[in-house]
Design a protein around this ligand. Structure first.
Ligand SMILES: NC(=O)c1ccc[n+]([C@@H]2O[C@H](COP(=O)([O-])OP(=O)(O)OC[C@H]3O[C@@H](n4cnc5c(N)ncnc54)[C@H](O)[C@@H]3O)[C@@H](O)[C@H]2O)c1
Ligand SMILES: CCCCCCO
Ligand SMILES: [Zn+2]
Ligand SMILES: [Zn+2]
Length: 350
């Protein structure tokens, strides 16, 4: 069976193997035949060992290296004992970063399950979705609603739910201004959810003109190219300062820009995971009562909500399907900021 696994040298790329086997189904597990799996920038961080070597972390599947992927969508083909109370054969389900939690800790029982200290994360501490088959915990595999295109559903499984949740974390209200720093896979969907679901005004910064054009088409009213514009001046001049700033840029400079475009009592929502630390304007943070909040994917409930907005056509991910064999080329394209929206591996062609 084909799977994309983290290389032993953690060079940011994957090995495409064809002798992979899913682990045996345990109690409450289900087997999923993957249809489509999107490439998230987090997959590149994982493959590079940015958060530690996934080949040595979490649950092991025999001698196999870690399978990446957490924007997966596929069909349930087999149920382990006890799984039939949650799923049935033929259900279309998602495989998200939040693979499972303990279910009983303070975070799991208060709507904050993604922060569970015993959480397993797909493609990092447990095998992910970038394979022909994957094992899921039936309690945690959120179903994809009827009416939502499965290819588009892959993008909502991480990028979409993450930004839908991050806009909630930013307490976004109708008529407010939101800035989105980074118009990539997450950023474009941030614009769509902010404009179409939260009814907010949006300013966007990126360095790729195609992505800025896509953000404008998605509803952004202010566009700043960090190669040619003074991002802070342009956004402040156009908005008077934003109510919350969403940082999806894989670049620590964007965090500084984000603080400096906030109005008094504004909120910086940290989403992106570049290496390094945030350097924040201390005077601005103190004198303007700025809040810095981290946001991590979304809960199962957040994902259900984010999917529903997709099924209703309120958000439409930009997706391009690719062959499994071309996955490392896609990683290259993402590293070079050449992907507008998402590239999605088509497993139905294998
Ligand atoms: N917190 C979470 O729950 C969560 C979830 C998903 C992804 N992420 C992280 O979010 C980041 C983005 O993921 P993605 O899949 O959207 O990546 P992506 O590569 O599709 O997009 C990143 C974008 O940042 C832009 N960029 C780079 N430097 C910039 C700058 N200084 N100002 C503005 N834009 C800049 C790039 O041009 C690119 O368009 C990654 O670090 C990923 O790991 C976090
Ligand atoms: C630690 C990485 C968190 C990223 C979530 C899914 O992209
Ligand atoms: Zn992701
Ligand atoms: Zn827990």
């Amino acid at each position: 069976m084909k799977a994309a696994v983290v290389r032993s040298k953690n060079d940011g790329y994957v090995d495409l193997i064809d002798d992979w086997q899913p682990r045996a189904l345990g109690f409450g597990d289900a087997l999923v035949d993957l249809e489509y799996v999107g490439l998230c920038h987090t997959d590149l961080h994982c493959a590079a060992g940015d958060f530690g070597d996934p080949n040595t972390l979490g649950q092991r599947n025999g001698n196999f290296r870690r399978v990446i992927g957490h924007e997966g969508v596929g069909i349930v083909s087999k149920l382990g004992e006890g799984a039939d109370q949650y799923l049935k054969i033929g259900d279309r389900v998602s495989i998200a970063w939040f693979y499972s939690g303990c279910g009983v800790c303070d975070y799991c029982v208060t709507g904050n399950e993604t922060f569970c200290r015993k959480a397993l994360n797909s493609g990092y501490t447990i095998d992910g979705a970038m394979s022909q088959q994957a094992v899921v915990d039936a309690k945690y595999a959120v179903k994809v609603p009827e009416g939502l295109d499965p290819v588009e559903a892959t993008s909502i499984t991480c990028a979409g739910v993450t930004m839908y949740k991050a806009l909630k974390v930013g307490e976004t209200k109708p008529g407010q201004w939101v800035s989105v720093h980074g118009a990539g896979g997450l950023g474009n969907l941030a614009v769509q959810y902010a404009h179409n679901v939260f009814n907010a005004h949006v300013a966007v910064a990126d360095g790729n003109p195609d992505k800025l054009a896509a953000a404008k088409a998605a509803g952004a009213e202010v566009l700043a190219n960090y190669h040619t514009d003074d991002v802070v001046a342009k956004i402040n001049e156009a908005t008077g300062g934003v109510h919350n700033a969403q940082v999806t840029a894989v670049n620590d400079a964007a965090f500084s820009q984000a603080v400096n475009v906030l109005r008094t009592k504004g909120k910086l929502v940290a989403v992106a995971l570049p290496q390094g630390d945030m350097s924040l304007n201390i005077a601005k943070t103190v004198l303007d009562g700025i809040e810095v909040r981290g946001s991590l994917v979304g809960t199962r409930e957040d994902l259900k909500e984010a999917f529903q907005f997709g099924a209703e056509g309120k958000v439409k991910p930009i997706v391009e399907t690719i062959d499994f064999a071309d996955l490392n080329d896609a990683i290259d394209d993402m590293k070079n900021s050449k992907i507008t929206g998402r590239k999605v591996v088509d497993f139905t062609k294998l």
